[in-house]
Design a binder for this molecule. Sequence first.
Ligand code: WQD
Length: 343
Amino acid sequence: MAILVTGGAGFIGSHTVVQLIQSGFDVVILDNFLNSDPEVLNQLHTITGKEIKSYNINLLDKEKVQEVFCENSIDAVIHFAGLKAVGESVAKPLHYYHNNITSTLILCEVMKDHGVKKIVFSSSATVYGAANKIPLTEDTPLGATNPYGWTKLMLEQIFKDLHTSDNEWSVALLRYFNPVGAHTSGLIGEKPGEIPNNLTPYITQVAAGKLDKLRVFGNDYDTKDGTGVRDYIHVEDLAIGHLRALDRVLTNTGVDTYNLGTGKGFSVMDIIQTFEKVTGVYIPYEVIERRPGDVAVSYADTTKAKQELRWVAEKGLEDMLRDAWKWEQKQGKCFVPHLVKRT
Ligand code: WQD
């Protein structure tokens, strides 16, 4: 049973590869290493003890993608590869629409040519519009607020239309909430290229002395402490969710959509305070204006994934932040300037 993992050297992809290997699957990684580090392949070998076949390919190169399917007996695909920076997508919409949508169309065409019609797709909670009833269920009205989110929403529709045209297709659309943390070994984790956009890698870099302080984007939201509330999920729980979805696409046909979150919401202040409690490292911060496009509250109703995938996130916020900090420390160049906790 060979599973092709596009973006398999990326943050969520690499953690999913570990789970696949440890569950007995053969894995083929396809990655162009634009947003990931080839060193991850060595770490995956260290963690799993297996040499994993990989191709340094851009999914836009159809001939190369064909070669992967000719050289390997692929049973299903887990498709992570894509650009995912919300702010960048607003500045470069054509780049995002071309890269994320055209590459997926090429992948599906090649899959179809080879009779491979089972796919798990990496979607996102950003497909839910802003004004919504919380917690978010899979039936919550959709409406992206940026080109990145629209690429995910459009691709969800493309997969549904593909199944309508050929009911042999089996698709799981996984809407992630906020993936954080790292593999417990500390050997793989999140590697934001430049200054992190997301909260937790920004916090770990402040703790490591690589950034001077956290800017909190607004404390005037209608939440318990005024800061934004999100559903943070450990990346290892998220990876296991992909295996449950893979089991389903391997044994069914049709298109199913699932929220992959914990069903709990934590505020920015919760994250800061929990990080300080878990690590003993003080996080200096300054409250500034809201970030455009942010919603006040977003967290999942996880009933459907629990009932149909028999999957529930196991790890708590302390595990997430402890593992994120362990990973940051492994990156080196850490100078922890603030061991004294806030008085
Ligand atoms: C979380 C909270 C911010 C940074 C994004 C993408 C989404 C998905 C997950 C891919 C918010 C606050 C953040 C900072 C802050 N990615 N914050 N200071 O925006 O919920 O979702 O990542 O699918 O597509 O949009 O995550 O970590 O950026 O923000 O105060 O320096 O932390 O306002 O309340 P977000 P985030």
